[in-house]
Design a protein around this ligand. Structure first.
Ligand code: AMP
Ligand code: ZN
Length: 470
């Protein structure tokens, strides 16, 4: 079955058909770098990175673009408050954004365009919109004429007339209609500005994303993503501007993640109910945070609480401790003849089907737990056959394989041929065994005690030594 994606534009799940076979272009609205991003903002960054990596795993050639909004009212306000330049604010929080995504094990996008590096292209697009009647200038400001684009409202399921009558009378009464939005804003004294045919000023927020997405992905591209709050007006405006200028369909699939809530309310800076992603990563391991998000479908709301994080941690620990037990039983680098078992193959198929069904990570992770359950049943057996060992190997390999896009396992466990933490522990235990044979008890006990301090528990029995994480 082909990959199905829920498209906000049509309001249903659709078969994913890329514009060019085997290739996918994805654009995600990225951060406005006026502060550290919060753990709610982390949801789109983390989930769409997983989807992009999953599509690569499924052999698509993916180009993933996440912009950086480095000029905006919020940046200007912050710079004034802190008595620094807008450029300094942007630099500080752009650096922090890259540090934080790395901490969350989010991979770098293929392109991270900054708005201020694309001002000439924005001016060109605005000129085109003025030339073809979609925009008008008013004393150095330029507005998009919403009435000139009849499909306006299609994405958000809103009707222009309802929106028009619902719109509050704006401060700027010079506009032709209340819904018309700014493409270019004339500079106020002391604000950063660029020269333009309409005088000195700066771009509006919406035009940035139209320009940067089309520059790197083409006038028509596959996937545009963001949080649900961006559907209206940001994405609606992006469509109007882009299609108004190009007369070409802008985006084929619109994907939107649900909110991260705190006690039923959207986590946001303005409500003050937020935690920065960096403080959360410092408090919990990144794998735990990733698991927390993966346990819910990306379109559903998700509640941020200590309890939910605890559940995610426990879920993760079940996986890690099962993999540790497998490593102990069959050794980290062991190479056993692997004849694929029906059981593992079936569950792998179900995992892929879940991911292919609008990236249903919650269901996909449930399939992984069926593998964990099977592994634990085998581990608990009195005698473990060669066939059992080969099933355990397959289960372990499956985790390593999927970890290439889930990134939920501690350390850099990518494949059993790579040396990982478990291999070092095995090596220490081998040395300890030699020491015990030579009756060098002091040194042998020292290894045991040091490992114990590192939360690795060792159990000696007549059949040998096993270890597990405490
Ligand atoms: P902002 O900085 O508000 O423009 O948000 C950046 C990205 O984070 C956008 O895609 C938003 O939709 C998304 N976002 C903001 N708050 C939340 C939240 N509480 N839960 C999930 N996504 C959010
Ligand atoms: Zn955007």
């Amino acid at each position: 079955m082909a990959i199905q994606i829920y498209n906000t534009y049509t309001g249903r799940k659709e078969e994913f058909k890329p514009i060019q076979p085997g290739k996918v272009g994805i654009y995600l609205c990225g951060p406005t770098v006026y502060d550290y991003f919060h753990i709610g903002n982390a949801r789109p960054l983390l989930m769409f990175d997983i989807f992009r990596r999953y599509l690569s795993y499924r052999h698509y050639d993916v180009k993933y673009v996440v912009n950086v909004t480095d000029i905006d009212d919020k940046l200007i306000k912050k710079a004034q408050e802190e008595h620094v330049t807008v450029g300094e604010v942007a630099r500080k929080f752009t650096d922090a954004y890259f540090e934080d995504i790395k901490k969350l094990r989010i991979e770098q996008p293929d392109v991270s365009p900054r708005a201020t590096d694309h001002i000439p292209e924005m001016i060109d697009l605005i000129k085109r919109l003025i030339a073809n009647g979609h925009a008008y200038e008013l004393d150095g400001d330029v507005y998009f004429r919403v009435r000139s684009y009849p499909p306006y409202g299609r994405l958000s399921g809103k009707n222009i007339d309802d929106l028009q009558s619902g719109a509050r009378v704006e401060v700027d009464e010079r506009k032709e209609a209340p819904l018309d939005f700014a493409l270019w804003k004339s500079a106020k004294p002391g604000e950063p500005h660029w020269d333009s045919p309409w005088g000195q000023g700066r771009p509006g927020w919406h035009i940035e994303c139209s320009v940067m997405s089309m520059k790197y992905l083409g006038e028509n591209f596959d996937i545009h993503a963001g949080g649900v709050d961006l559907i209206f007006p940001h994405h609606e405006n992006e469509i109007a501007q882009s299609e108004g200028a190009t007369h070409v369909k802008f985006v084929n699939y619109w994907l939107h993640n649900g909110f991260l809530n705190v006690e039923g309310e959207k986590m946001s800076k303005s409500l003050g109910n937020f935690f920065t992603a960096r403080e959360i990563v410092a408090k919990y391991r990144p794998e735990v945070i990733r698991m927390f998000f993966l346990l819910k479908h990306y379109r559903s709301p998700i509640n941020f609480s200590e309890e939910r994080i605890c559940e995610a941690r426990q879920a993760l620990e079940r996986i890690v401790s099962t993999l540790d037990s497998i490593n102990t039983l069959i050794g980290v680098g062991a190479d056993i003849d692997r004849s694929e078992s029906e059981f593992v193959r079936g569950l792998k198929q179900e995992f892929i089907e879940a991911m292919d069904d609008d990236f249903n990570t919650a269901l996909a992770i449930a399939k992984l737990f069926e593998l964990v359950k099977e592994a634990n049943l085998i581990i608990a057996k009195e005698t473990i056959t060669e066939n059992d060992k080969s099933i355990l190997m397959e289960i372990r390999e499956t985790f390593y394989e999927y970890n290439t896009f889930l990134s939920i396992l501690p350390g850099e466990q990518k494949s059993d041929s790579m040396v990982n933490e478990g291999a070092y522990i095995d090596l220490l235990l081998e040395i300890r065994r030699e020491l015990r044979i030579k009756q060098e008890w002091k040194l042998a006990d020292q290894i045991r005690d040091r490992l114990n301090e590192l939360n690795i528990e060792i159990k000696d029995s007549k059949d040998g030594t096993i270890w597990r994480r405490k």
